[in-house]
Design a protein around this ligand. Structure first.
Ligand code: FES
Length: 255
């Protein structure tokens, strides 16, 4: 079978160069078996070393290669060209500060997010490093692990209509981060403290429920479920961390 000639329209702009103008640049190359967008961009960069894009792991773990592929947020390293039409548009993720071309600064935003939502276990307990880990029910550990799978790629924010209108919106990634601590039995935050972080339009009430965050999360996190859960917590004003009562507690990771 003859390979396809692929055509890519790539956003080019260097905000730190006063002479640079935003534009789309066309590139063409022959498709090869199992080709990913990461391979495409690496090949193009061999010809044009000025092309900026980010990658580290090439296996959907580091979260650095998020971009808009034909208008939809995706990870370049996990997108096979076989899934794409012959002509593809590549744009940087919106919402984040543009570094250049397809590279955006998600790291600064996620570091700030950690401070805004106080992303650590809140407890008055003295930390004894020689003690055994605290006990936790399997269902609780599984629920926490599910949310800890977030790779902070920013695809949920790139897909979110609220985030495009409100630069201070916590987004699904931020809300899921808070939910992770709400279900953690070691975290002793009160409902009031959670309300202070989430109970505004920048928090859980800013979401207009279009569900694009969940549709485009490359890790298939249950983001909309977490937003509903947090709304229920705030509406009820009570935070229950009830485990599945059929289980016996097992050792969790220590604080
Ligand atoms: S390069 Fe790490 S997620 Fe794509």
């Amino acid at each position: 079978m003859r390979s396809r000639k692929l055509s890519f329209s790539i956003f080019r702009y260097n905000p730190s160069d006063p002479d640079s103008q935003p534009r789309l640049q066309e590139f063409e190359l022959d498709e090869t078996p199992s080709m990913t967008l990461f391979t495409v961009l690496s090949r193009i960069r061999e010809e044009d070393p000025s092309l900026q894009f980010d990658f580290v792991c090439r296996s959907a773990v580091c979260g650095s290669c998020g971009m808009l592929v034909n208008g939809k947020p995706r990870l370049a390293c996990r997108t096979k060209t076989a899934e794409l039409p012959r002509k593809t548009n590549l744009l940087p993720l919106p919402f984040f500060r543009l570094v250049g071309d397809l590279s955006v600064d998600t790291g600064t935003w996620f570091r700030e997010l950690g401070k805004r939502v106080r992303s650590w276990v809140h407890t008055d307990k003295f930390f004894d490093r020689t003690a055994l880990e605290e006990r936790m029910f399997n269902s609780q550990a599984r629920a926490i692990y599910e949310l800890d799978r977030c790779i902070e790629c920013g695809c949920c924010l790139g897909a979110c209509a609220t985030a495009q209108m409100r630069s201070d919106f916590l987004g699904a990634a931020g809300l899921a981060r808070v939910a992770r601590f709400c279900i953690d039995p070691r975290d002793q935050r009160s409902e009031r403290e959670i309300f202070e972080v989430l109970g505004t339009d920048e928090g859980v009430f800013g979401c207009i429920g279009l569900l694009a965050c969940q549709d485009f999360c490359p890790k298939n996190l249950p983001l909309e479920t977490q937003i509903s859960y947090l709304r229920r917590v705030l509406a009820r004003g009570s935070l229950t961390k009830a485990p599945d009562v059929r289980e016996s507690p097992t050792r969790s990771a220590s604080l």
